[in-house]
Design a protein around this ligand. Structure first.
Ligand code: NAD
Length: 315
């Protein structure tokens, strides 16, 4: 039987999730509380599917994938018979909390719920509901149909079977789930991004390098490997004796670097102005939208390359 998935909140992220599940063969039911929002999302999805097809990122015809997506008249209808619901409403406790109570009132006994929450842990909006053992955070990177990572973060009361079942579902539809064992601010991805960004801002603040040279260091250096392997695999390959050899050779250097940057403070307006000026010199504000469209096209070409790489590995 085809799995049914409810998408609750069909903005940027919810409509991206709809593509993931429909592309993966699931029946997808869209629900959004704003009048006409789910219909508008459906129209946008149709265009995105056409674009994905031109990059070879769809196994079925766009019309076949579209045929799996429908708009539900109510939250209860969207959830009826669903294996899983992906909540993607605003990043606010005062919006998520009442919504989870509404979900709880109509949800079936088997349905699990993942929240796209970028940083708010599920314990802040699922403590008051009966189905809380079937709720967790399933945090994507935007757009989820091009970036397969999904961080599964259980609340203290999330059942281990829920994590296991959501992980299996995500793998079935081609995502790359990772698991945090417990809630932590920023989960895994944004904690890593946070460390890198803090240091990047600091290097520019102290005049060690320009914003442009910092970005070049990533795009022409560190980032090349990081597109297909993580920092641990990178260092495992960067010393003759592997990761232990690397750690013994370069541990003191990294300890010194960490010790020299102990202070963590908010980016102030003067620093924000400095970075803004440097970025606008290379990319005027009126060119931001064009550059975003360029980034998405490059991301599609990269996603195609990554898909071929996974297929070679599986072959
Ligand atoms: N934008 C990103 O890059 C990104 C990446 C990862 C995760 N997220 C997370 O995903 C979630 C959604 O973000 P987004 O960028 O798609 O926001 P968005 O503003 O594009 O969409 C939110 C949608 O939720 C709907 N909504 C609001 N309250 C609702 C309710 N009670 N019931 C049903 N629908 C409701 C709104 O009408 C809107 O269509 C947030 O938690 C966000 O932090 C965002």
């Amino acid at each position: 039987m085809t799995d049914k998935i409810a998408i609750i909140g069909t903005g940027l992220v919810g409509s991206g999730w709809a593509i993931v599940f429909a592309r993966g063969g699931c029946e997808v039911s869209l629900y959004d509380s704003a009048e006409g929002a789910a219909e508008r999302a459906k129209a946008l999805i149709a265009g995105q599917l056409e674009e994905l097809a031109t990059y070879g990122l769809l196994d079925d015809a766009p019309a076949t994938v579209m045929g799996r997506i429908s708009v539900a008249p109510s939250l209860a209808e969207a959830l009826r018979g669903a294996l899983y619901a992906q909540e993607s409403v605003l990043e606010r406790v005062d919006v998520k909390r009442p919504l989870f109570a509404e979900i709880d009132a109509v949800i079936g006994p088997e349905t699990m719920v993942g929240s796209s929450s970028s940083g708010i842990p599920a314990s802040l909006y699922t403590d008051h509901i009966a189905c809380k053992s079937r709720c967790l955070v399933a945090h994507p990177v935007n757009p989820p149909y091009l970036a397969p990572i999904v961080e599964l973060v259980p609340a203290p009361w999330t059942a281990p079977e829920t994590v296991k079942a959501v992980r299996a579902l995500m793998e079935r539809v081609g995502q790359a789930p990772v698991e945090a064992t417990r809630e932590v601010e920023g989960f895994i991805l944004n904690r890593l991004q946070g460390v890198l960004l803090m240091e990047a801002w600091r290097l520019v603040e102290e005049g060690i390098c320009t914003a442009q040279d910092l970005d070049t260091t990533m795009s022409q250096g560190l980032g090349l490997r990081w597109a297909f392997m993580g920092p641990f695999e990178t260092i495992d390959l960067n010393a003759p004796g592997g990761i232990a050899d690397y750690a013994r050779r370069l541990g003191p250097l990294y300890r010194n670097i960490a010790a020299s940057t102990a202070e963590h403070r908010l980016w102030d307006e003067a620093l924000i102005g400095k970075l803004e000026a440097q970025r606008r010199e290379f990319l005027p504000a009126d060119k931001l939208a064009d550059r975003r469209a360029w980034r998405d096209r490059r991301l599609m070409a990269l996603a195609k390359h990554m898909k071929e790489m996974r297929q070679e590995k599986d072959a």
